[in-house]
Design a protein around this ligand. Structure first.
Ligand SMILES: [Zn+2]
Length: 442
């Protein structure tokens, strides 16, 4: 890790003064006074003063925003390993804006603030356009809040992928209608990887990434190099979120990423990450491609880890076992491009539960429910293949499926096996299939 003494000294100054505002930042008290003079509503939490011209409307959730912000703030401190008590005085001032002119007239929207589409953050202050959807309004509030938090408490000045990716990652949440006692009273639950689409209405990141056409899906290096200007495009936010989610949650990358994140978040952040001890660039790139090619709600990084090691040549009939509760699994065997092979599978897996009974499946799957165009529980056989053009990202290509079949190897390399199920639903599965693989005599 490179540490430049001069920079380190500068960061220590920033962190020592993290609660203090810069000389040109107005105090929250003066902003609050301006808001009250202009007849704007002021909502107070422990860590947020929220000023809005939105009329009072019962049930719109706006009154709850400061308490939700406070609950989220605790998870941000935990993410960066910051002491809650040491930062209890930290406070941001947000403006939830319907009519920008009212804020300009009140002196609360300086001319220097660019004409933002959704939101904009300047140190302890942020502005956001009001949204019709309460879930998206909350998301945007927390996204801008993470910017204020990371810029002031962590001196964040990294490349755009991390700046925006961490804001998306730490803003993603759901609200539980009936919170458990240990939860905050707001029901706020941080869900960096959302479990269900209904938890994150109108966010659409997973759908956006899954809808990208071949050749337009970014690799990890593309995400690292995304210029700030591209963050006008929502898919850049989605890809930046995906990179931070992979690096924070994948067991092979999380320890290195956590260590680097605890260091300085300066302009050398990406450089420091890719030169950190334990960083495996080839693996990270491949894991990112595999994550995007399998992406879905509730993606389970532990159960979806890929073993990228090489296999033994499949010269004679061999067996492999496939667990029902894991994503793509290394069969142990490697095949040769263009050669033909046979597949035969036996056994049963439990792939979920219906009320009163376990839902069992054999290798052909069950027609009760389909996922990605195939019956749930169906055995799938694939290889990790590179695209037709340089722009196409590598992906798992399914070559055979079901209880019996024949296939031609698309590339020299390993056979992967899994049963067909959304990655978020693997945890309640059990059992395994036995798969016989054999070269087909030409
Ligand atoms: Zn942002």
């Amino acid at each position: 890790m490179r540490i430049r003494p001069l920079l380190l000294a500068a960061l220590l100054v920033v962190s020592a003064a993290s609660h203090a505002r810069a000389a040109d930042e107005p105090s929250i008290a003066s902003l609050t006074a301006s808001a009250r003079r202009a007849g704007l509503r002021v909502l107070q939490g422990d860590h947020l003063t929220l000023i809005t011209d939105r009329p009072v409307r019962a049930g719109d959730g706006v009154e709850d925003l400061p308490r939700i912000f406070d609950a989220a703030w605790k998870t941000w401190c935990q993410h960066f390993d910051l002491d809650l008590a040491a930062h209890r005085e930290w406070r941001a001032c947000g403006c939830l804006v319907v009519d920008r002119e009212r804020f300009r007239e009140a002196g609360l929207l300086p001319d220097a603030i660019p004409d933002f589409a959704n939101g904009f953050c300047d140190r302890h202050r942020f502005w956001m356009a009001d949204q019709s959807n309460p879930a998206y309004r909350r998301h945007l509030l927390l996204h801008e809040g993470v910017h204020a938090f990371t810029i002031t408490l962590r001196g964040l000045n990294t490349q755009p992928w991390y700046l925006e990716g961490i804001a998306e990652y730490l803003a993603t949440h759901r609200l539980d209608a009936d919170p458990a006692p240990e939860q905050s009273t707001t029901g706020f639950v941080s869900t960096p990887m959302p479990s269900r689409s209904t938890d994150v209405e109108q966010l659409g990141r997973i759908e956006m990434l899954r809808g990208l056409k071949p050749g337009t899906c970014p690799g990890l290096d593309d995400v690292f190099a995304t210029p700030a200007a591209n963050h006008g495009d929502l898919s850049a936010y989605a890809a930046s979120w995906a990179a931070v989610a992979l690096l924070s949650l994948h067991p092979a990358h999380a320890p290195t990423f956590a260590t680097v994140q605890r260091g300085s978040l300066d302009a050398d952040f990406t450089e420091r990450l890719v030169h950190a001890p334990g960083w495996d660039a080839a693996r990270a790139s491949r894991d990112f491609d595999a994550f995007l090619s399998e992406l879905d709600y509730g993606y389970d990084f532990n159960r979806s880890q890929i073993d990228w090691s090489s296999g033994r040549p499949l010269d004679v009939r061999q067996q492999a076992l496939v667990g029902g509760d894991q994503g793509w699994q290394h069969s142990g065997w490697s095949v040769s491009k263009g050669d033909r092979y046979t597949l035969r599978a036996t056994g049963r897996c439990t792939i979920g539960r219906l009320p009163e009974m376990a839902l069992e499946s054999e290798a052909d799957g069950i027609s009760l429910r389909w996922y990605r165009g195939r019956p749930l529980g169906r055995l799938l056989l694939s290889q990790w293949v590179h695209g037709d053009t340089a722009a196409d990202r590598p992906r798992f290509a399914v070559l055979a499926e079901g209880a019996t079949g024949e296939f031609r190897a698309m590339t020299d390399g390993v056979i992967y096996l899994k049963i067909n199920e959304p990655p978020g639903e693997l945890a309640d599965n059990a059992g395994r299939l036995t798969v016989e693989l054999a070269p087909l005599k030409q």
